[in-house]
Ligand binder design. Structure first.
Ligand code: KG4
Ligand code: ZN
Length: 337
């Protein structure tokens, strides 16, 4: 089954063609980084306008790169939740219009279900059930993936997402937007022990929940007291700040894996592209006896191949959305009682 996926929940306009939820025929992403960089974060109205400009050319490019037309597509999947409502609506309305004119089946995909599906585009994906750490710009959750489309959240951040911690930290250090990848790069030549940042929410009573806002405040205090350094000291500060985020994520995830008795863990979402997180999680897996699955960096950040992948499993189960399918900006994952 060939699925056209469309993603527009935040600041990437993306379209992809994927066969059977596994084989990527094309994967086109138009980034809006230049639009938002000068504001230091995503401006929702500007995001929606850029999606309107990009969506049709991006869908056309995805079809061209796959060497097919809409006639060859068996179903259409679009992200309909969660995200910026004006942004979501552009991709969703495009998908609905295409489904209506072609008569092809349509499904809506939860953005985080999309992130969880990216690993199934790779050889040797994790078996069901498995544990997942979802770390993106807007979300940070530890979930049990029982099956495709059947997710139970065990814990989540109580304030900022991990990606937000990276981006806000980078902004404070004058490193531009989005800053996660810049911090990652600078940290590679820094000393993670140079500055002792707190490791928040590691007390047992916090369960599988996390928190990053205190860490961000610590960085603010550090910068107020010492100024923004440059050269090696900046690399050291980035490495130390990053180490605090990574350690919190790894410790919570390995604790959950041990308790749940799960031997396969996937890490997904934009922050899964972080080199220190990838290394630390693999090391934890080696020590504790679980296998770590992480998509390649470009499938960690937002893309539509993952949406087409998740859409395939819904379509294959016979799910069909009507043209009344709506965008839902707030769609929390089902939480374990
Ligand atoms: O999944 P994603 O592309 O969009 C959302 O769904 O939010 O995640 C974007 C987030 C941003 O916060 C970005 O700074 C972060 O992922 N990110 C990284 C890296 N690459 C992207 N954070 C740390 N290290 C990276 N290499
Ligand atoms: Zn995302």
């Amino acid at each position: 089954m060939r699925v056209l996926g469309i993603e527009s929940s935040c600041d990437e306009t993306a379209a992809a063609i994927v066969d059977d939820g596994r084989v990527v025929r094309s994967d086109v992403v138009a980034s809006q980084n230049e639009v938002h960089a000068r504001y230091g974060g995503v401006v929702p109205e500007l995001a929606a306008r850029a999606h309107i400009q990009h969506v049709v050319p991006v869908v056309r490019a995805a079809l061209d790169e796959a060497g097919c037309t809409l006639d060859d597509v068996d179903g259409i999947a679009a992200t309909n939740a969660p995200g910026l409502v004006g942004a979501l609506l552009v991709g969703l309305q495009t998908a609905k219009a295409l489904a209506w004119v072609t008569g092809k089946p349509l499904v809506g995909v939860h953005h985080l279900e999309g992130h969880l599906s990216a690993i199934f585009l790779e050889p040797d994906p994790p078996p069901m059930p498995h544990l997942a750490l979802i770390v993106s710009g807007g979300h940070t959750s530890i979930v049990r993936v029982e099956d495709h489309g059947h997710i139970i959240e065990l814990g989540a951040t109580r304030d900022d997402a991990a990606g937000e911690a990276f981006d806000k930290g980078a902004k404070l250090l004058g490193l531009g937007y989005p800053g996660g990848i810049v911090v990652d790069r600078l940290a590679q030549r820094g000393d993670p022990k140079a500055v002792a940042f707190p490791r928040p929410m590691l007390a047992p009573e916090s369960g599988d929940d996390l928190s990053f806002s205190g860490l961000k405040t610590s960085l603010l205090h550090h910068v107020r007291a010492h100024g923004v350094p440059d050269g090696q000291a900046l690399a050291d500060l980035c490495a130390s700040y990053q180490a605090a985020i990574v350690e919190a994520l790894v410790r919570k995830t390995r604790r959950a894996a041990r308790r749940e008795g799960i031997a396969h863990v996937q890490v997904c979402g934009g922050v899964a592209a972080n080199s220190a997180l990838r290394t630390a999680m693999k090391l934890a897996g080696d020590e504790d006896g679980f296998r770590v699955h992480v998509p390649p960096p470009r499938r960690c950040t937002d893309n539509a191949a993952m949406i087409a992948g998740a859409g395939y499993f819904r379509l294959a189960r016979g799910e069909r959305a009507g043209l009344d399918l709506d965008a839902n900006p707030n769609a929390p994952l089902p939480r374990r009682a």
